[in-house]
Write a protein that binds this ligand. Structure first.
Ligand code: 5AD
Ligand code: SF4
Ligand code: FES
Length: 369
């Protein structure tokens, strides 16, 4: 049994405390204000020491909502006939990158549904080559295009992508099967293997989870955080699960924690992970803002150091509807940019400009090996 008083004292006393998964579970679940205060104070101090009082911007480009998969939670799953399917043109993606570059973001995240056709692989390769040429390597590119072969990952790496995001979603294989169709396209081991391949190719590897899925409990989230630590990832994006009416998981909405609780757990998961993994990049997920207008600031205030302004053209935003209530569907990239800079400054962080903002963890790992 974890003693909450002793845990609070440990967080106050030790600059870099080691946490067991049981302690993390208590931190996620506890509503004790004194414990929470010590917990957040420690997480923030670790971020300030290892990363600094700053936030990196990554321009998020939702290139296409066409997806071959059918994750049971996701609004753009292949079997959902509702969203209008779109694909941004080559020029539209380049324009979004130009905007990021001019604003001094230093980095973009190119995201899409999962497709593995030769045409798609070639298009991404061409885009990466063009971005390298146009910005002369000054714009770091993160890809988030799902599970691919080692050869494809290598090709994209060689064409200029240096970071890759692939959320594991949950680290429990059985639970993974409960929130995905049971077929070879949705295989837990395959996904873990992709994370290994990305590492092998040389990417800065990002992963993450959803928090507050139906049937999930705090112990499961705590073990997920331990999994991210064991995988030694360089970057994490994780956020609350938000139900979507046009998905199979909607049926299980009566098992969900209230939205406020999912928000609180999402924020606490960021703080706990910051204590577990001191020098990685942790994003303040957009889904937090879908629950509370100040959700992303709260995450930045307890240890996150990355925020992703949405650069997707306004006409496509409503169609990239992974979950309900997604923020900023009526705001253009200029508005989001100014808005988020204000939000970052409002909690006393500096916006890091014209920097790649690579994961310190990644570079330390490279030095060690
Ligand atoms: N609620 C919150 N996050 C979701 N994602 C997909 N569907 C949802 C949802 N309903 C997340 C997944 C995926 C990322 C692109 O979006 O974690 O990896
Ligand atoms: Fe496709 Fe990703 Fe949605 Fe799964 S979560 S259906 S892979 S876009
Ligand atoms: Fe998009 Fe505030 S973040 S308008």
């Amino acid at each position: 049994m974890v003693n909450a008083v002793a845990l609070r004292e440990k967080l106050i006393r030790e600059a870099e405390p080691d946490l067991s998964w049981q302690e993390v579970a208590v931190l996620l679940e506890s509503k004790d204000k004194e414990l929470e205060e010590a917990f957040f104070m420690r997480a923030k101090a670790i971020r300030d020491k290892f990363i600094g009082k700053k936030a990196y911007f990554r321009g998020l480009v939702e290139m296409s909502n066409i997806c071959a998969k059918n994750c049971l939670y996701c609004g753009i799953r292949a079997d959902n006939a509702e969203p209008h399917r779109y694909k941004m043109s080559f020029q539209e993606v380049m324009d979004a990158c130009q905007f990021a570059y001019e604003r001094g973001y230093g980095s973009v995240v190119l995201q899409s549904g999962e497709i593995s056709s030769v045409a798609f692989i070639n298009e991404i390769t061409d885009l990466l080559t063009a971005i390298q040429q146009k910005f002369d390597g000054r714009l770091r590119v993160t890809l988030s295009c799902g599970e691919q072969s080692e050869e494809t990952y290598q090709r994209w790496y060689d064409a200029g992508a240096h970071r890759y995001l692939l959320r594991i979603e949950t680290s429990d294989p059985e639970f993974y099967r409960a929130i995905h169709p049971n077929d070879r396209h949705h295989d837990f081991e395959e996904r873990v293997n992709c994370l290994r391949l990305l590492r092998k190719v040389g990417y800065q590897v990002g992963s993450g989870i959803m928090i507050g899925l139906p049937g999930q409990n705090y112990a499961a989230v705590a073990r997920d955080l331990m999994f991210l630590k064991e995988m030694d990832v360089d970057m994490v994006g994780m956020g609350p699960y938000i139900e979507h009416e046009e998905t199979p998981l909607w049926e299980r909405r009566d098992q969900l924690w209230p939205l406020r609780e999912r928000l609180a757990a999402g924020i606490k998961a960021v703080a706990a992970l910051r204590i577990l993994m001191k020098d990685i990049n942790i994003a303040a997920a957009t889904a937090l803002q879908a629950i509370d207008p100040k959700g992303r600031e709260q995450a930045l205030d307890v240890g996150a150091n990355v925020i992703m302004p949405n650069l997707t053209p306004i006409e496509y935003r409503k169609d990239y509807s992974l979950y309900e209530n997604k923020p900023c569907t009526d705001e253009d990239r200029g508005m989001c940019s100014v808005c988020l800079e204000g939000r970052v400054k409002s909690i006393g962080l500096e916006v890091a400009r014209d920097q790649w903002g690579d994961s310190i963890h990644y570079h330390d790992r490279q030095k060690k090996s």
